[in-house]
Design a protein around this ligand. Sequence first.
Ligand SMILES: NC(=O)c1ccc[n+]([C@@H]2O[C@H](COP(=O)([O-])OP(=O)(O)OC[C@H]3O[C@@H](n4cnc5c(N)ncnc54)[C@H](OP(=O)(O)O)[C@@H]3O)[C@@H](O)[C@H]2O)c1
Length: 248
Amino acid sequence: MDLEIEGNAALVLASSSGLGKASAKSLAQAGADVVVNGRDADRLQSAVEEIEAVATGEVVGCAGDITEPADIETLVETTVDEFGGLDHLVTSAGGPTRYTFFEAPDDEWYYAFDMLVMSVVRAVREAGPHLRENGGTIVNITSMVTKEASTANVLSSSVRMSVAGLAKVLSQELAPDVRVNTVLPGLYETPRRMDSGQPGVTHSEIPLGRLGEPAELGDTVAYLCSPRSGYLTGAAIPIDGGALDSTQ
Ligand SMILES: NC(=O)c1ccc[n+]([C@@H]2O[C@H](COP(=O)([O-])OP(=O)(O)OC[C@H]3O[C@@H](n4cnc5c(N)ncnc54)[C@H](OP(=O)(O)O)[C@@H]3O)[C@@H](O)[C@H]2O)c1
């Protein structure tokens, strides 16, 4: 299927590794020009080279911290300056530190809010006018914990709920020009998860019997950016191998 996004301009936040990188890669494979972002310059450069190897359009690295408002402004400006516009905004982030409720200090709550919520607020504020110009898309990468809370990860389970509400509001406020969807990853084989030895559901609790491959999420993100998903907006889509034990 041709995703019909060749030559479109995309900005993917926090995309030098894991699910953000996989999304940038899928968009680049489908022919979009992509700005890739992360804080660490070496990691960003190697992600740019990996994505360039499969891209047909341009791939530009832009270092920056998504908790910093000025860096978000630079990311949007860079995309528009490099590619002449902005058609697709994909928001990812780092993972918040895992705490149970009584362990989590105030500053970590505020940092999680800045990283997971204010990064989306600020990026949409900056990107919104450009996205509206030609009819664009926003895809937020959050987590299945917004459907099924994890006591081991109170920050992710609580703070990400704001992105769920925000995405729904934006899907209404920006319609019909801009479609806004959210993907809810289950458990994926990304560096963050593999390095941390995090406890989580075991493979036997995932109906498909395995962790997800980042490319499987990235391809869904690219599809949500494509006009081929043109009647989808305001949706929150679990991509979790069936792990969510919820009928909502
Ligand atoms: N992997 C999973 O199974 C899973 C499941 C559910 C939800 N999620 C969520 O999906 C998101 C991505 O997870 P992942 O597993 O792909 O993580 P990852 O492999 O560690 O990648 C995180 C990316 O975000 C960048 N980043 C982190 N903090 C940043 C900041 N302040 N500003 C700019 N870039 C930043 C990192 O680069 P730098 O460190 O160099 O900045 C890196 O490129 C996280 O929010 C995670 O909680 C993941």
